[in-house]
Design a protein around this ligand. Structure first.
Ligand code: AQP
Length: 331
């Protein structure tokens, strides 16, 4: 809450070509909030370097992620769209909050355990303190609501604990945020290993459908998707492959699981997978067209970045100066 206005904050890392998991779990929901909320959406490049990035690719993906925000319906006139590293207050508050976060709390974060296993040759301190920087992102804008996929729930819980702890020591300083997790699309799974989350950095290209994949590739990936034994299209824990495809189909078509089960009763998996591919490709086509147009206008994207950083910086500095005063730093 800034003044008497409620705020929303969320972000996506430019750490790979974004997937339909990022789209359905996060970006697509960003434009669905009532106008009473002031929305802040950032491209979290500081987070991305917790895993080694190729510099030219990181730069390109930062532009691309911003363009995808806009192409997915976020109007820069109505949303503060910015790049995290353009607002130095994120790193500064991140350090301060490190000193109010316990080693034991961070050790329990499952994403740290997962990413340490995936990047055993680069278990850096940033990977460990990642959730504290995420807390700083959220608390700087006094966010009331944070739209996230289910995988980020534990990090948001930690943010709430850090905010509570700080407020208890220094008096009311931060809004304690609530997660917003969409009813469907909260966790899109890999097409090849449907018990694992679909991740943009998955090395298996068939496991991941990317927002910018061409139509024929989308159709092909769904055709190759792992399904389960039997031939029935039914949502059930013992059918993780089919259930994941049903979730994707439901998110893009707006149909309920019961409607989908009825639609494919008596038909095989083949028809179903083709339909999922088509509905996905149809839904992504306008986003892809708008993305291509925006990427041809770098000057426009740079203007959005600049204006976003100025607006975000204004609010971030206000919170940071309050924090500095409460801690006892000399201004
Ligand atoms: N598979 C998913 N289903 C639903 N939501 C998802 N999100 C990510 N994957 C899925 C949500 O997208 C937002 C941005 O995620 P992120 O870029 O901050 O990082 P992440 O969660 O680590 O995403 P990836 O794709 O798995 O990236 P890599 O491979 O780089 O680690 C978040 O709200 C997230 O919940």
């Amino acid at each position: 809450m800034i003044g008497d206005q409620k705020t929303i904050l969320s972000g996506v890392q430019p750490s790979g070509n974004l997937t339909i998991g990022n789209y359905l779990g996060a970006i697509k929901n960003f434009s669905a909030f009532p106008a009473e909320y002031k929305p802040f959406y950032c491209v979290v490049d500081l987070h991305a370097i917790t895993v080694r990035q190729v510099p030219a690719e990181l730069r390109r993906r930062t532009y691309e992620t911003l363009a995808l925000y806009i192409a997915s319906g976020l109007d820069p006139e109505k949303n503060v769209l910015f790049v995290q590293s353009h607002v130095p207050a994120h790193a500064e508050l991140g350090w301060i909050l490190d000193c109010y976060t316990m080693f034991g709390e961070l050790s329990r974060m499952t994403q740290f355990k997962d990413k340490s296993a995936k990047h055993a040759d680069n278990i850096n301190a940033g990977l460990f303190t990642y959730p504290v920087l995420m807390a700083a992102d959220i608390l700087l804008y006094q966010a009331d609501l944070v739209p996230i996929g289910a995988d980020q729930k534990q990090h948001l819980e930690l943010t709430r604990n850090i905010a509570d702890r700080f407020n208890q020591v220094y008096g009311e300083t931060f809004t304690v945020p609530e997660p917003y997790i969409a009813a469907t699309g909260m966790k899109i799974m890999s097409l090849q290993e449907p018990t694992l989350k679909m991740s943009k950095s998955d090395p298996n290209p068939n496991a991941v459908v990317r927002i910018l994949d061409p139509r024929d590739e989308i159709l092909r990936k769904f055709k190759r998707a792992v399904t389960d034994s039997g031939a029935e299209v039914r949502f059930s824990p013992d059918k993780p492959g089919v259930s994941n495809l049903m979730t994707i189909y439901s998110c893009f078509s707006g149909k309920t699981f019961a409607e989908i089960e009825a639609e494919f009763a008596g038909k095989g998996y083949g028809d179903f997978k083709t339909a999922v591919g088509e509905v996905t490709a149809d839904a992504l086509a306008p986003v892809q067209a708008e993305f291509a147009r925006l990427m041809n206008d770098k000057a426009y994207l740079e203007n959005v970045m600049k204006s976003g950083a100025e607006q975000a910086g204004y609010y971030a500095r206000k919170t940071l100066s309050k924090v500095r005063r409460k801690i006892g730093f000399v201004n």
